[in-house]
Design a protein around this ligand. Structure first.
Ligand SMILES: Nc1ncnc2c1ncn2[C@@H]1O[C@H](COP(=O)(O)OP(=O)(O)OP(=O)(O)O)[C@@H](O)[C@H]1O
Ligand SMILES: Nc1ncnc2c1ncn2[C@@H]1O[C@H](COP(=O)(O)OP(=O)(O)OP(=O)(O)O)[C@@H](O)[C@H]1O
Ligand SMILES: [Mg+2]
Ligand SMILES: [Mg+2]
Lengths: 221, 221
């Protein structure tokens, strides 16, 4: 399904090069629950952003379902990103001028879902995440963990076949975090792919596969 | 040292009132390492912001070293906030156009520290937190956990007698998080106060006192 071939990511800082990811090979098959772990700064978010088509590699090739992503037209990349992939950002990236409900509806607008179904789906995921009393709040009127849960709800809204989650429980207490893991396990049992960056070592036993990153290199996959 | 008397915080949302904190009484003495725990949305950041003079209560009184904070002139509140309190925000709040080094120097500018001492102190805390190779990066050129560590370094820069930390390890792996806890324990052993909001139940055994919040009420202190 996903085949990264000699994928690398570098940043030029004047004279100095930061190797966020050294050339690596990695394959993913659908329907797996994968954890990506590693120290702070090791390249986890960089890898997830590349997988989610939010960033471009400095070198190497990204083959998705037998096609080289570099050869796809922008319009198609956009469609894959908005319809096939749900992305939960490490820093949430909510739209500050929109309410919680509007934020969750954004991907469904792109998918051109009918208005009533859109609202029903948004309420369903928000209720599941304990946020039904906060639907009219703006992001600045929420706690840190509530913002994280809105980011999660928004990523789930379109029922994507692939969910990419960057530290989705970092701001959540144990019980709320467990509820999120329960949602991820259900997606996995429906045959969807969940790829989750996490610092919580407890989650490593609950997934199908653990990919370990260190200083931009994969040390276990 | 700190005496909160019937302190409450409310938000009016049209017809509806959100009680972020119901009236509560709380006292803190110096030199303690205190953990504030509770579910997402329960009022922890709200309490910490009130303690750190970053926000004003809707009701009740905040007595600091025998003085009612409401009667202090703005200039003095500002001085207490910048010189006596180190604050680590849940969402970091770094200055986006400044480098890591410049961000850490900001509180020391306020304290009018000499330039060479300022740089030396900034390098010392950044090195301790594993960031000496990132001092010229802007916040957007850092990982999530690196930004969190810059926020920690900035709060430590002026050697404040009181450190208020809002989930300071939420984006850090276990080892890096442990290094941060080690710094906090050292502050505690120097007689400074550390008040830390945390979701990590492992830290509860490592502190002097645990304050537990639920739906805006203190249920254990
Ligand atoms: N500006 C605001 N307007 C309305 N409600 C608000 C506002 N700011 C916070 N709240 C509400 O106050 C409650 C407490 O928020 P607070 O940020 O203190 O929670 P918290 O315990 O820090 O949660 P978390 O663990 O998720 O960070 C939350 O339910 C939140 O929705
Ligand atoms: N725009 C950029 N310019 C320069 N270096 C960058 C840039 N973005 C990221 N980096 C560096 O790339 C490395 C990998 O970053 P990444 O965000 O992938 O780490 P991470 O594993 O997600 O860390 P964390 O667990 O702290 O979130 C880091 O050392 C970071 O400083
Ligand atoms: Mg990251
Ligand atoms: Mg909070």
């Amino acid at each position: 399904m996903v085949d990264l071939r000699s994928i690398a990511k570098r940043y030029q800082m004047g004279e100095h090069t930061v190797h966020a990811l050294h050339p690596l090979n990695l394959q993913f098959h659908s329907g797996q629950f994968v954890a990506i772990v590693g120290p702070s700064g090791s390249g986890k978010s960089t890898l997830l952003n590349l997988l989610g088509l939010l960033d471009q590699a400095s070198a190497g090739e990204y083959w998705l379902d037998g096609q080289n992503v570099a050869n796809l037209p922008d319009r198609e990349i956009s469609a894959i990103r908005c319809l096939k992939i749900g992305f939960i950002f490490q820093s949430f990236n909510l739209f500050p001028s929109m309410s919680v409900l509007e934020n969750v509806c954004v991907p469904m607008h792109y998918a051109e879902k009918p208005k009533d179904l859109m609202r029903e789906r948004a309420m369903e995921v928000l209720d599941r995440l304990g946020l039904k009393d906060r639907i009219d709040h703006k992001p600045t009127e929420l706690s840190g963990g509530q913002r994280q849960r809105v980011a999660i709800a928004r990523a789930l809204a379109n029922d994507p076949p692939v969910l990419l989650a960057d530290e989705p429980t970092g701001n959540l207490d144990e019980n709320t975090g467990e509820e999120v893991m329960e949602i991820f396990r259900e997606l996995r049992s429906e045959g969807r792919s969940v790829i989750m960056v996490t610092h919580n070592p407890e989650y490593e036993d609950q997934v199908d596969r653990v990919i370990s990153i260190h200083d931009g290199n994969i040390i276990r996959s």
